[in-house]
Design a protein around this ligand. Structure first.
Ligand code: SAM
Length: 300
């Protein structure tokens, strides 16, 4: 097979029959050139190709001149289609599973099948490639040493806010998938619960023509994307870790704010105002005011 790749070069994909196994194959999240040679080999050579959305998969296959018909496996037919795929695997066939985009099982179908296949001692082979979670994380400038993938939040506000309350103290970068229609409401909830000043990034249309990554604070993003101007396209929200609360309002700036305000108002009132403006905890700010007052006293 000699597929013509999007950038114009020609790659030689050997038609090899993969060993019997369930192959979990990552596919592009936008740019069709983002696929590995190994993924193409498996898509071309597996006995069965199962896809969440056969129309999307056909576009990819056509691009690489792979002529075959995928079978459908999605959330709604997972029971019956899963049984058929499992039977095929047990009879020694190789099955390649793809979602409509990115890595299968990551907020996409496949988990139930993998669980059953593992129970049945069927070899399972991941074929790595793109996923929006990692693609969004790496250009944000937010810490990458520890991150927590939160998937999609609940659509209902009560459940969504409850989940955010649980996530707010996690000392890692948080990554959320979100629909463009819900993102403004989610940003409002996040700014309220995580703190207005918590650093965050809105990553849109990754790997596509109108790719953008906006980094700011939750309150600024929330102000930019309100009900009237919600962003279009596919979106990932990345939120800096709980302890990274202060970068846009550093310690010196917080100190200056506190010192200014206590000239004209009570300590409690100054702390309340700075907490509101920066999203920092009142208890932390109160301790800081005491320290600043003591320093001033010593200087005099
Ligand atoms: N399995 C996919 C993966 O590995 O990333 C995720 C599938 S999930 C149903 C779809 C969500 O992923 C979108 O709503 C969006 O939050 C995110 N997403 C997928 N592609 C994206 C892209 N090109 N740019 C930004 N976000 C994307």
């Amino acid at each position: 097979m000699r597929p013509s790749c999007p950038s114009g070069y020609t790659a030689r994909i050997p038609t090899v029959k993969p060993k019997p196994a369930l192959y979990l194959v990552a596919t592009p999240i936008g740019n069709l050139a983002d696929i590995t040679l190994r993924a193409l080999e498996i898509l071309a050579g597996a006995d069965i190709l199962a896809s969440e959305d056969t129309r999307v998969t056909r576009v990819l296959l056509e691009r690489y001149a792979i002529r075959r018909n995928p079978v459908i496996y999605h959330e709604h037919n997972a029971q019956e289609a899963g049984m058929r795929l499992l039977n095929a695997l047990q009879s020694g066939k190789s099955v390649a599973l793809v979602s409509d985009a990115g890595t299968p099982l990551i907020s996409d179908p496949g988990f139930k099948l993998v669980k059953k296949a593992r129970k049945a001692d069927i070899p399972i082979v991941p074929i790595p490639g793109p996923s929006a979670v990692i693609t969004a994380l790496i250009p944000t400038g937010l810490p990458t040493d520890s991150f927590f993938f939160c998937g999609f939040l609940a659509v209902r506000q009560v459940a969504r806010r409850k989940r955010l309350e649980i996530l707010k103290t996690i000392d890692s970068t948080l990554i959320f998938y979100e629909s463009p229609h819900r993102v403004s409401r989610t940003l409002v909830d996040m700014a309220e619960i995580f703190g207005a000043n918590r650093p965050a990034a809105l990553c849109r249309e990754l790997t596509k023509t109108f790719e953008s990554v906006y980094t700011s604070t939750l309150s600024a993003l929330s102000a930019a994307y309100n009900k009237e101007s919600h962003p279009r396209g596919e979106i990932v929200l990345v939120v800096g870790p709980a302890e990274d609360n202060i970068p846009t309002c550093n310690i010196e700036a917080t100190d200056r704010m506190l010192l200014d305000l206590i000239q004209n108002m009570s300590t409690a009132e100054a702390v309340r105002k700075v907490a509101q403006m920066t999203g920092q905890k009142k208890k932390v700010l109160y301790t800081r005011v005491i320290e600043l007052k003591a320093q001033q006293h010593n200087e005099i």
